[in-house]
Ligand binder design. Sequence first.
Ligand code: NAD
Length: 258
Amino acid sequence: MDLLQLQGKNIVVMGVANERSIAWGIAKRLFDVGANVIFTYRKERSKGKIEKLLANYSEHTTAIVECDVNSDESIKKAFQEIGETFQVIHGIVHSVAFANAEDLHNRFVETTRDGYAFAQDTSAYSLIAVAKAAKPYLAEGSSIVTMSYLGAERVLEGYNVMGVAKAALEASMRYLAADIGADNIRVNAISAGAIRTLAAKGVPSFNQILHKIEETAPLKRNTNQEEVADMTIVMLSHLSRGVTGETIYIDSGYHIMG
Ligand code: NAD
């Protein structure tokens, strides 16, 4: 019995920078369950990395499309190209975020207007822009999943402007879910625990966070790319068809602790 119903489905995965990316973990699992994976990238360097990673997956249907989420034009062009090539999209993984390094290192009170707007634009508004551009091609029953972090609701050292952006991302996810739910499209967030990736390198005190989670979380360990990928697969699949507007924590239970 095909419980997931992801075989042959067209899933857009945004945010693979290298093999450590959360999005790459998800893409690998999507290949495992027989989905077609369409990658989007911002920098040529990421495109090269994706092409290399795909060398071992030559038997799978893929495409690699440029998409800079800071540009409406780029997003529109990307989804038009994907829509014209694949006709229909069954799922989107939005695994994209960015903030200026100084806004993570400086005191929060020093956050600049530009830095605030940039983090919001890249990390929160992009979800809405992507949903809008993809909407004409999204199948009935399709699912959008975005990646959030506990910094959305708690003050975490060094997360600063990105925490505010993640709060906006989670709220945007709920408003989108309420809006496009009538078209039978679901929108959810995964709140992943700390994982060593390129983006995580930019967060000061990341190593301390990893240690703290290991000591405090109910499971006494950190999560990893595979665990986050598995739950994302569930959220993209038929198994989660009754769930929308939800933030799901894959963090060894860390968020429940005082
Ligand atoms: P990553 O650096 O591998 O991925 C971030 C991706 O965002 C990169 O591929 C980058 O190219 C892309 N990106 C940035 N600006 C972009 C733009 N303007 N247009 C298109 N793409 C752009 O790091 P990751 O940890 O895999 O991050 C993926 C998501 O997971 C992010 O939203 C991040 O905040 C979230 N997250 C990460 C952790 C963690 O500890 N690593 C925890 C919770 C949530």
